[in-house]
Design a protein around this ligand. Sequence first.
Ligand code: FEO
Length: 369
Amino acid sequence: MQLRENIYAVGAKDPDLRIFHGFATHLGTTYNAYLVLDEKVTLIDFVKAPFAEELLANIRAVLGERPVDCLICNHVEPDHSGALPAVTAAYPEAKVYGTLAAEKELRALYPDTVYPFVPVKAGDTLHTGAYTFHFVPMPMVHWPDSMATYLPEEKILFSNDALGQHIGTGELFDSELPLETLLKEAGAYYANIVLPFGAPVKKVLTAAAGLDIDMVCPSHGLILRDYIPQMLACYSRWCENGTDENRVVIVYDTVWGATEKLARKLAAEWAEKGFAVEALKLPETPISDVMTRLLEAKYIFVGSPTLNNNMLPTVAAFLTAMRGLKPKGRVGLAFGAYGWSGEAAGQIQDILTACGFETLEPIKVQWNI
Ligand code: FEO
């Protein structure tokens, strides 16, 4: 797919993917890679291993027998580097460009793959003729190796995971879907992938603010042309853990219905007070959907009955995921029904406290409400 005179999208679509390492990808996803033609030919990013032949076919459809000279590895996670062995086998003379961390990780992940590697750091460039690629390391957005690549002659930022979305429904550019859909999926991606890394994201946004950008080519989902300011505004809010003081998310599971009744009672009471309340039941609501909903919620209420002296495993799984994703600046409330021992609400309270949340008084009810 040609994006500009010398620039092509050559990645792969994965529209039927429904789980991406635990993330419910309702719209599938894409693994984007970009080919830039100049005196030297550059491939930016790879694809997941099962899509390697598709990537190579897309490259050959543009280049024919002309080789690729430079391979920019913006990120080592296997959804982007999985095709590296196939691509380096097809183009054995090509040099791989990436951060020092990327080299270390690539050598560990693909120990039998041989290729020349050129480590790059902030401020380094790659001249390919008329074009000069600028490397912008962005450690922990999403891994230590992560970086973006900027092409000033085309005003394009190849942003890798940053500003991506799991949208694999066939569109190429942002304006092909409603802005609301784009931002909802970008929010889901941020909440489930990027949320722990607010401080590094802020640094990247500061660096990006100094660049003249009129196209953002991420490694997942749609290319941004029309909605760059709106997307950057969302990232600016999300990286600061900006929340809506009026929003409450109640997440719970239940055994015989008492904790569910308690969840509904809480929802009704807080709605009566004027809050926008959503009650989400586990496990039918995937954990990643809960994370998406609580991205901007000030209040997070978590409920479980007590079973065998513990909270339910579904609720424990959610709390494990949420704690790892590190939302900040929230107010938590633990609640749950019980028969005789009643440990669950206290266990939830402990985790909400460990998350750094301000907490409200836990609510426990015996047998029924
Ligand atoms: Fe899309 Fe961190 O990989």
